[in-house]
Design a protein around this ligand. Structure first.
Ligand SMILES: N[C@@H](Cc1c[nH]c[nH+]1)C(=O)O
Length: 379
């Protein structure tokens, strides 16, 4: 019977898991509001065009048609709808938004991951300075602390780094493009072929290490230090160093890694990006970054912006099951509704038992491990 099955990659959520997600979401909302963010809600359905700036190889959306035959999608991302909304409403900038909702991404069959994920995030629109990145990071650290996740590794990267190095290399453009592809694919044979003409140049030492340019922040920065001076890279390196310093002052025990050999986590990032993960799990707890050009996909004027989204499912997976106190079931007769109501108010962790007979009430109490308070006995 097909109509009792769920589509691939979706699930029903109930009981403890649903409760944990609700608790996490409310903790996040409290923090966002405390820090001056205002709530924004956008529809689950959008025109497919909104998501053009996404790399759709990674974010294949569910598609459908509206009544005019226009292509609609279930949103695979929540940042692009915010950019769309900002461009149409003429809201004065700067603005700080928070949101939560489900995103839908069709994954490969049998990949074991879900196609519907709950995110909760923030977007800072109209803020050009590094303070925007730091506000996002401060919130990420606070959320991990509040939810008791002590083993989060923070990974920094920057969309400008790879472009900056490639630009400075004295090789033709098509070779640069091929080199980037070999680097991203970790195709070392091809990579080594392509860097051969740069042997004996000032880039030699750096290029030999580039495919492994990830790991401990300071070690990666040491390799970066072997590069010759590149004017466009200086602000990128300075921002990354200042940010690592900021994290150390805010959270001295935080592990920070740097990856300068990967594509940016989102194709729309234009600057620094950050993600948090824990060992032995493939999913990220949060992911964010700067996207100063995104609004130009919807309007003429460019606006600086930076944001971050938490994966509420990933956070929930790492939360211990909450301990629930002993629950009491209040059994009563219809004529005793008032008494039952009073007892409900005065008995902690109690709920009304709506069963019709004492036998049924006892059965429910036993099967759900609750204590039965029988008001009919006192009659
Ligand atoms: N939308 C991004 C996260 C983000 C929010 N703001 C900026 N980046 C993601 O899903 O990975």
């Amino acid at each position: 019977m097909k109509n009792r099955n769920l589509p691939n990659g979706t699930r029903d959520e109930f009981g403890v898991r649903a409760a944990i997600k609700e608790t996490i979401a409310s903790q996040l909302f409290t923090l966002f509001k405390q820090r001056g963010f205002a709530k924004l809600t956008t529809p689950i359905l959008e025109y497919a065009d909104v998501f053009k700036p996404l790399n759709l190889a990674n974010y294949r959306p569910y598609q459908l048609l509206d009544e005019q035959g226009e292509a609609l999608v279930l949103r695979p991302d929540l940042t692009l709808p915010v950019a769309r909304m900002m461009s149409t409403t003429g809201i004065e900038l700067p603005a700080k938004w928070y949101y939560s909702g489900d995103v839908f991404r069709v994954k490969k069959q049998l990949s074991g991951s879900y196609n519907q994920l709950t995110q909760a995030g923030i977007e800072l629109v109209g803020y050009a300075s590094l303070k925007g990145e730091w506000e996002c990071l401060k919130i990420a650290l606070a959320v991990c602390q509040q939810t008791g996740i002590t083993d989060m590794t923070l990974e920094l990267s920057d969309a400008r780094f790879i472009e900056g190095v490639l630009q400075a290399l004295p090789i033709p453009l098509p070779t640069k493009q091929a080199l980037k592809k070999a680097l991203f694919d970790k195709d070392l044979t091809r990579y080594n072929q392509l860097i051969t003409p740069l042997t004996d140049t000032a880039f030699e030492a750096f290029l030999a290490e580039w495919p492994w340019l990830f790991g401990d922040f300071d070690s990666v920065m040491q390799v970066v230090g072997t590069l010759p001076e590149i004017a466009t890279l200086k602000p990128v390196i300075d921002d990354l160093k200042a940010t690592a310093g900021f994290i150390r002052t805010q959270s001295p025990d935080q592990q920070v890694v740097l990856d300068l050999s990967i594509p940016s986590p989102q194709s729309y990032y234009t600057g620094m990006a950050f993600r948090g993960y824990t060992q032995n799990a493939a999913d990220y707890l949060f992911s964010g970054g700067r996207y100063d050009d995104l609004l130009t996909s919807f309007q003429q004027v460019k606006e600086p912006a930076v944001g971050l989204a938490f994966d509420v499912d990933a956070l929930a997976d790492r939360m211990p099951e909450p301990e629930t106190p002993q629950q009491t079931l209040i059994y009563f007769e219809e004529s005793q509704w008032q008494l039952a109501e009073q007892t409900l108010q005065t008995t902690p962790n109690s709920s009304l038992c709506l069963a019709d007979s004492r036998e049924e009430a006892t059965r429910i109490a036993v099967s759900t491990n609750k204590q039965l308070l029988d008001l009919t006995e006192s009659r």
